[in-house]
Design a protein around this ligand. Structure first.
Ligand code: CUA
Length: 326
């Protein structure tokens, strides 16, 4: 118990199934509570009967064995015991079924439509715009509080698992198939998602920042993300833009509103608006970005992102330009 208390104290609320911030997580959490109560009661009963049996076995045998009364008592208590077990299992099965159905049927007609695609080792995120078309971003999922978001999950390579414990249970992300998950977040705040299926070297660095925000903030955010990148004024940023959008970066990355239209890696149009870089590897900062670009494989061994040799001045210009992409 002491060890468990010490370990659990390390759990933060930002990635915890014990601090539900959405309907789906709350239903699963209440199911957990029910299972713990019923399981706990059964455990206490079993231990109580065991203690009673040990105490009884110490008394002389001759007095009781073989009498008709004790046989009858034994049959009754076994019957009661079987009844309690059947009842407990029935309640648990029914509760599991009800929660499972509720999670599956949360859909609403005006749900926000989002596609999330798992890649080794990052998340592509696309929002359906009210007027049609899709807006792309990466590794940061925004959800409007109080509305249903319908998430379609796909994978481009291996099996991943989408898991934002404060919001909902896990859902497998399987190549060649679309799994769906409806989310109805209630509590605004930042949460952390994590790939929950081993998917290769950097499985642990396949995280997701999730922000639940009031619907008006969400709409403003989505409208901002739908815009292309703004013009660069600073001469160094202009140089950086040239390197990113016309050099090697553009083979894999897109910056909407520029010549860079790569689809292999994350969309960079509004990279500076995100909270972290490289799928939760480090908080967003110009320094972190510069280190990541200089030596991606040192920070995230196995990453598909190659190091692009840049002079010191060019690396400076690139990080300045990317930091301007708000
Ligand atoms: Cu993706 Cu583990």
């Amino acid at each position: 118990m002491a060890a468990a208390a010490a370990l659990l104290a390390g759990c933060r609320d930002a990635q915890s199934a014990l601090a539900p911030a959405a309907d789906q997580a709350a239903w699963v959490f209440s199911l957990l509570g029910l299972m713990l109560w019923i399981g706990g009661a059964m455990y206490v009963l079993v231990l109580a009967f065991l203690a009673w049996a040990i105490w009884r076995a110490r008394r002389p045998l001759a007095a009781e064995t073989g009498t008709r009364g004790s046989q009858r008592g034994l049959s009754i208590s076994l019957g009661v015991w079987a009844g309690i077990i059947t009842m407990g299992l029935t309640v648990l099965s029914l509760a599991s079924f009800v929660v499972d159905r509720r999670v599956a049927l949360a859909g609403a007609r005006d749900a926000v439509q989002v596609r999330v695609t798992g890649h080794q080792w990052w998340w592509r995120i696309q929002y359906r715009q009210p007027g049609g078309g899709w807006v792309e971003t990466a590794n940061e999922l925004h959800l409007p509080a109080g509305r249903v978001t319908h998430v379609e999950l796909g994978s481009s390579d291996v099996i991943h698992s989408f898991w934002v414990p404060n919001v909902a249970g896990k859902m497998d992300v399987v190549p060649g198939r679309i799994n769906v998950l409806d989310l109805t977040p209630r509590k605004p705040g930042w949460y952390r998602g994590q790939c929950a299926e081993f998917c290769g070297l950097q499985h642990a660095h396949m995280a997701l920042d999730v922000k639940v925000e009031p619907a008006s903030d969400f709409n403003a955010w989505l409208a901002g993300q739908a815009q292309g990148a703004g013009p660069s004024v600073d001469p160094a940023a202009v140089r950086g833009k040239q390197i990113v959008t016309q050099g090697a970066c553009a083979a894999c990355h897109a910056v909407r509103g520029s010549a860079a239209t790569g689809r292999v890696g994350p969309d960079l149009t509004h990279i500076a608006s995100r909270r972290s870089i490289a799928a939760g590897l480090a908080p967003f900062s110009r320094g972190a970005l510069q280190g990541w670009i200089a030596q991606p494989n040192a920070l995230k061994p196995g990453t598909m992102m190659p190091a692009v040799p840049l002079s010191g001045a060019d690396a400076d210009a690139v990080s300045l330009y990317l930091t301007s992409l708000r």
